[in-house]
Design a protein around this ligand. Structure first.
Ligand SMILES: Cc1cc2nc3c(=O)[nH]c(=O)nc-3n(C[C@H](O)[C@H](O)[C@H](O)COP(=O)(O)O)c2cc1C
Length: 384
């Protein structure tokens, strides 16, 4: 098992992605699952679907892609959440799911502007859901053509942004200027914090590692991720969402019976141990962290946090930085409570302040895009 050559990361879930064996790997690329990245902006004549074809490329937890779009013509639509795509164990209040929908809305807005349309987005037009999401709209969207509308420079990064779970280069520090640029999207209800050295960086490395280890050791939580793993090309093509474990090496391990959902869940297995090691490697090579805070934690705050996260991720991409959310310590289930309390004690000042996103930063080998369901499969009113 040549781990150095092949295995990289651990994400929220444990073991992920491999590289190597170029020729074989090429045949194992889940091409159909990546088609939405090629089709963005080109398949549809109308501005609404063109902008939506970018929005579906937004980052979102466990790549659940919980968006359902009810089209109301060429310039109007309603966004709802697919309640079959929640993460009930690790995201019990669907806070992260809503953040992902916020990322979707920001990318929609940036892509609309690139076509000369201003996006008007009203959040929760029929009221905010409380602890449980419901089928009421997340947002109403409309587009208005606007002459001379300045496009957003971050649009240039829309197809280049990818969550990077590789180890980061510990010999390459991050410039203060870059860190400051990431924080420039702070607004009245959004604080963006960042660190690129010192004791806080060390503490966040250890904290994110420990929280992720604790998640893996909490069988019910880890199982939620394992159930969403797509191991090998055929599984990824059949379900282009969840956690894609693709590439020649992992396919070989799968064929050899070393890598399976059962082995991943078994603490005595090799793949489980590798998962723990890879988590450590990822967390301890973080060269910086960025976090997004809101003063409260209602649904609108979560949407706004998602919009801010998307902009931070695009700015990081523009500056050549790799980035990966490390969300475990922010999660609201019992095993995370000590980590949740520690991180809020370290990163917040006022009561009620909430850390919505925390991501590691650094320089790393580039990664490719993650699978997506095509836009047309996300359009339509989902029946209960
Ligand atoms: C709210 C939220 C939480 C996330 N948490 C994690 C995480 O803890 N670990 C991780 O590796 N990725 C995390 N991600 C990244 C998603 O897994 C990723 O966006 C998704 O798999 C799609 O891949 P892409 O970002 O490369 O397009 C998170 C994303 C969002 C929006």
């Amino acid at each position: 098992m040549n781990r150095r050559r092949f295995l990289r990361i651990a994400g929220s879930a444990g073991v992920i992605i491999a590289a190597g064996g170029a020729a074989f790997l090429a045949t194992r690329t889940p091409k159909d699952a990546l088609v939405p990245w090629e089709q963005a902006g080109s398949l549809y004549p109308d501005p609404m679907r063109r902008a939506l074809s970018y929005a579906i490329l937004a980052p979102n937890p466990h790549n659940r892609q919980p968006w359902v779009i009810d089209l109301k013509g060429d310039t109007e639509a309603v966004l709802t959440c697919d309640l079959d795509r929640l993460l009930p164990v690790t995201d019990p209040f669907s806070r992260q799911i809503v953040i992902g929908l916020g990322c979707f809305l920001e990318l929609f807005s940036i892509a609309a502007a690139a076509q000369g349309y201003r996006a008007h987005i009203s959040y929760f037009p029929d009221g905010e859901p409380d602890n449980r999401l419901d089928r009421k709209p997340i947002a109403r969207l409309s587009l208005q053509p606007q002459k001379g509308l300045a496009g957003d420079p971050l649009f240039a990064q829309a197809l280049k942004r990818h969550t990077n779970r590789n180890p980061y280069d510990t010999k390459r520090p991050i410039d203060d200027d870059i860190v400051r640029r990431l924080q420039s999207g702070a607004a009245k209800n959004i604080q963006i914090g960042a660190v690129n050295g010192g004791a806080l960086l060390q503490d966040l490395r250890a904290l994110t590692r420990d929280a992720m280890w604790a998640e893996i050791r909490t069988a019910e939580a880890y199982q939620e991720s394992i159930d969403l793993m797509r191991i090998g090309r055929s599984e990824i093509e059949a379900n282009p969402d969840g956690i894609a474990l693709g590439g020649a090496f992992l396919e070989t391990l799968k064929l050899a019976g070393v890598l399976s959902r059962e082995s991943l869940a078994d603490p005595s297995s090799r793949s489980y141990q590798i998962g723990l090691d890879m988590i450590e490697e990822g967390a301890m090579t973080a060269m910086g962290f960025v976090w997004i805070k809101t003063s409260g934690n209602n649904r609108t705050a979560q949407i706004v946090a998602g919009r801010a996260y998307l902009r931070v991720a695009l700015q990081a991409t523009a500056d050549g930085l790799a980035m990966q959310p490390m969300s475990q310590a922010l999660q609201e289930y019992a095993a995370m409570q000590p980590y949740y309390e520690t991180i809020h004690a370290r990163l917040t000042k006022r009561p009620g302040e909430r850390v919505q996103m925390l991501a590691r930063l650094g320089y790393a080998e580039a990664v490719g895009p993650a699978p997506r369901w095509p836009l047309m499969t996300r359009i339509g009113v989902k029946e209960s």
